[in-house]
Design a protein around this ligand. Structure first.
Ligand code: SF4
Length: 205
């Protein structure tokens, strides 16, 4: 078998390193488990679902225990090994999910809250070019009002041929990647009951 210089250096380097560790009397099993404990001390793992695409991978967010809620607190985001969809894997986008909340500032060398993140609902009135911050109660009431107005105005009981259709083509529904089968089933039921015909979901998991 032909061995390249790179392969030779790799094999001999690894062998020498192993001998060195054994001769120094290290118990690598104990070291590995000890390190695991140190790495997770004061860390809170929180399982979640990646918000980005229809694969719906399970992720685990590692946060500093006791860190202030309004400050940086995330340590890392990794694929959830217990999730049957991705079994611990995650693409680069999902792995970078913590940037949705926090970013590293190279000028200060500190991790900080992402200044681009929008934390509160914003409303832009018809004809206006300004976004105004609103609270969730106001926003949900407004959405419900608009929904009802639109349905009342555009609901059709019969089409132009007199056939019963009971539909409202002025409303549409779009689901996100974090919704699972059961949630989408309920959302679809609600949409159909309202007469909605345009229903789409990103996730089909
Ligand atoms: S980790 Fe990647 S593949 Fe998985 S849901 Fe997120 S974006 Fe999609």
């Amino acid at each position: 078998m032909k061995v390249t210089r790179r392969q030779f250096l790799k094999v001999t380097g690894a062998t020498v390193a192993s001998f060195a560790v054994v001769e120094l009397g290290f118990d690598m099993t104990a070291t590995a488990s000890g390190l695991k404990g140190v790495r997770t001390q004061g860390v809170k793992p929180v399982p979640t679902i990646c918000p980005y695409c229809g694969a719906g991978c399970g992720l685990v967010v590692y946060a500093k225990e006791g860190a202030p809620a309004d400050g940086p607190q995330l340590l890392s985001v990794q694929g959830d090994p217990d999730n049957p969809i991705n079994r611990g894997g995650a693409c680069s986008k999902g792995s970078a999910m913590m940037n949705l909340r926090e970013i590293y500032n190279p000028e200060t060398g500190e991790q900080e809250i992402n200044p681009e993140r929008i934390w509160k609902p914003r409303y832009r009135a018809p004809g206006s070019d300004k976004w105004v911050e609103k609270d969730w109660d106001w926003m949900l009431d407004r959405i419900a009002e608009r929904f009802k107005e639109t349905r009342d105005k555009y609901f059709e009981h019969k089409d132009e041929n007199g056939i019963i259709v009971n539909r409202c083509e002025a409303l549409a529904s779009m689901g996100g990647a974090a919704l699972d089968n059961e949630e989408l089933h309920l959302i679809a039921k609600m949409n159909r009951a309202l007469g909605m015909t345009f229903v789409e979901n990103q996730a089909r998991i």
